[in-house]
Design a protein around this ligand. Sequence first.
Ligand code: TXA
Ligand code: MG
Length: 317
Amino acid sequence: MKNIYSNILKVNNKNLSKAINYLKKKELVGVPTETVYGLAGNAYSYKAVKKIYYLKKRPFKNPLIIHYYNLDQLKNDVELNSDFFKLYKKFSPGPITFVLKKKKNSLLSSIATAKLNTVAVRFPRDKTLRKILKSLNFPLAIPSANKSTHISPVSAKDVAQEFKSSIKVILNGGSCKIGLESTVVDLTFKPKILRPGFIAPTNISKTLNKKIKINNNLKIFKAPGMLKRHYSPGIPIKLNQKKAGSNEAFIVFGKRYKKGKNIFNLSYKSSLNEAAKNLYKTLRLIKNKKYKMICVCLIPKTGIGLAINDRLNRASK
Ligand code: TXA
Ligand code: MG
């Protein structure tokens, strides 16, 4: 198929160098990660980070996640603690983000962290992004590559649809393996999950050998940016439905649901991992098909099901 978006580039040495040079020049690049596609910029540069907020129409009070290659890069910016080391050893690089205390002499642009005294940090697993991070002497601020409150992108084409030609380079790393954002865990005090994700609370709690709180009250968030409405296709969504009208999109899970034009099954084999991977793709498809209402069946609230329900909940606000 012809690539109609000339800013989507395949991953090869030439295009990697191009992306790296853009980042060095404080320009933004669309990058694949194992969770969702991101919009990357130099986290030490006010100019680059400001562009991220403008392009996403993101409120300045919503801080960004800073992505690092390894601990050498990280040590200058945050205070590390024993909970961090345990989780880092077990899950990084991978789909987990740690909130830690910011060091006073950190070079991070203060708007990247919304002027907070904490920083959210992540070590992405995607090979292409790791090559890029390794070759830079600064970390990357990378929010999901969607306009604020929209559905997160899980392919290079989704990113191109969000930003059109306002980003010059989007590296095409194929579709995201996980398809949902990282688990965000606050380690500044008693460990607390601020955003559920692929890595389940029980795994985190087992690794830390501690109880872990889950912040699932949509109204009270430590992060100013844990917005109530988010991940939204801009269409009303009804959750926990048993059926849907024939002109409504019906998102279902498992093989007991019939097939049909308006039925979108996240996973016939009832795999929550597969459902997570299909969620944003399905929401975007339904939006593009111009449905006016979305009904969603009950989806189990265990493991990554917690994260799926969290995103659907916010998308429905
Ligand atoms: O999987 C991911 O985490 C993706 C990929 C691209 O890495 N990134 C992502 O970034 O989801 P974004 O900007 O869409 O979401 C970042 C979340 C926001 O809810 C923000 O409020 C929270 O992380 N956050 C950032 N800094 C924080 C901090 N210092 N304290 C608490 N929450 C923070
Ligand atoms: Mg986002």
